[in-house]
Design a protein around this ligand. Structure first.
Ligand SMILES: [Zn+2]
Length: 436
């Protein structure tokens, strides 16, 4: 790469005015902002209607927020000439579309700066708006529109995707209930050990139809490229995958299998608690006091924790909790096994052991056994495809939760989806070529 050459200082190039078709004609340094008075470089005297030369008829000022120079909001006051055609009477203004989109309040550089601040620097819209001395809505509209055009609508975004995760995410709680979206994550970078997972898309609703419709709307190349779909226990995602991607392998994610077993353990503990004490667990109760320790992997327990577990199970009344706990622990141990081959064998044995002959009293284990047996193939498929865990999906879900918490004002789902994609869509590298 050649060294940039030194030239005389020049406000137009320094402030990126030249690339906007503007030149500086004056400046005002105020306490809260800097104003650059600009002229449009190109004359624009030819009549739009008949081509005759127009006569200047005064000027108007178009105000544009520019990128903050020196941490100070910078505003361009662009003096735009008006013309009137002597022949046909048509009136027009100098063309400023190089500087900003029609009716836009931000210069083209300010829009890119706002987008970069959101995508790369993870700034909130409120902070970007403060830096540009614009309203939240102005900046939000500008950044989201640019993000859609430059990044989200980029067709190459869906290329090379081989592993996806599908999950649901609650994006908004209201008095009338919770509002869900179906989230599709690209897990290919994790599988191929070249980067983090990225949010690929987000669609309103959660149902078999939602996911099926989404898959159907993608290109044939995309669908043919999908080898693995990681998912939770929701049957709808499984059915949609089987119908739309018959060649792909459905993998039920370890995170969700362990969560199902953990739920069974919690429910058994709560049931036995009520049956033996007549009330819900509270401080001082043996079972209640051990609720977290019981869900810790047995191999990770400290000495005092082990004694606590032993104490809980020393009581005959707690035998059903112990039986459920042991199923949970076997499942955790199978996933933890350093050899995927042995892990698969161990988990296969646990699932097979839950197929029949479970005492009726162990309601939670029975229910868990039914689910695990129904999805046994998908659960065990994980062991043949390391790196297809939906774990990253959970991580992205966590980031979306955080975003929802900070991005107050996203009452509009389309805007929320765009913002979520810009935040977790892995767009950094895609944005770089647009910046200068
Ligand atoms: Zn004319």
């Amino acid at each position: 790469m050649s060294q940039p050459t030194s030239t005389s200082p020049d406000l137009d190039s320094f402030c990126l005015l030249d690339s906007l078709g503007l030149r500086a004609a004056g400046q005002q340094i105020r306490r809260d902002r800097a104003i650059l008075e600009c002229r449009v470089t190109e004359d624009d005297p030819w009549c739009r209607n008949c081509g005759a030369e127009g006569l200047p008829r005064g000027t108007v000022v178009r105000k544009l927020a520019h990128l903050p120079l020196g941490w100070r909001p910078t505003v361009l006051w662009v003096r735009v000439r008006r013309y009137r055609c002597a022949d046909c009477g048509t009136v027009w203004r100098q063309d400023t579309t190089t500087a900003a989109a029609p009716r836009a309040k931000l210069s083209r550089h300010a829009v890119l700066w706002a987008l970069k601040s959101v995508v790369i620097d993870r700034m909130s819209i409120a902070r970007v708006a403060a830096a540009l001395a614009c309203s939240w809505h102005t900046v939000n509209d500008a950044a989201l529109t640019a993000g859609r055009q430059l990044l989200i609508e980029d067709p190459h975004r869906f290329e090379g995707v081989k592993v996806i995760g599908v999950d649901e995410h609650c994006w908004r709680h209201t008095g009338r209930g919770s509002h869900y979206v179906t989230v599709v994550i690209d897990l290919t970078p994790v599988k191929e050990r070249r980067g983090p997972a990225r949010l690929l898309d987000m669609v309103p609703g959660r149902s078999k139809t939602v996911f099926k419709t989404w898959l159907d709307a993608q290109s044939k190349d995309f669908r043919n490229g999908i080898e693995v779909v990681a998912m939770d226990g929701f049957t709808g995602f499984k059915t949609a995958t089987a119908e739309e991607l018959p060649e792909a392998v459905a993998v039920m994610d370890p995170f969700h299998v362990v969560a199902l077993a953990g739920d069974a353990l919690d429910q058994a503990r709560q049931r036995v608690q009520r049956e033996t004490t007549g009330h819900r667990g509270r401080t001082g109760d043996l079972l209640y006091g051990a609720r977290k320790t019981l869900r810790t992997g047995a191999d990770l327990l400290t000495e005092p924790q082990s004694r606590k577990v032993e104490k809980v199970f020393a009581t005959d009344e707690h035998v059903e909790v112990e039986a459920t706990w042991s199923v949970y622990q076997k499942i955790v141990a199978a996933y933890r096994h350093p050899s995927k081959k042995h892990g698969k064998q161990l988990l296969g044995e646990v699932i097979a052991s839950l197929r029949r002959g479970i005492p009726a009293k162990l309601v939670e284990v029975k229910k868990l056994g039914r689910t695990l047996n129904r999805r046994a193939a998908d659960i065990l498929a994980y062991f043949d495809r390391p790196g297809t865990s939906n774990g990253p999906t959970e991580a992205i879900n966590g980031r979306l939760e955080h975003l929802r918490g900070t991005a107050l004002g996203f009452r509009n789902l389309a805007n929320y989806i765009t913002r979520a994609l810009l935040d977790t869509g892995g767009f950094k590298s895609l944005l770089h070529p647009h910046l200068r």
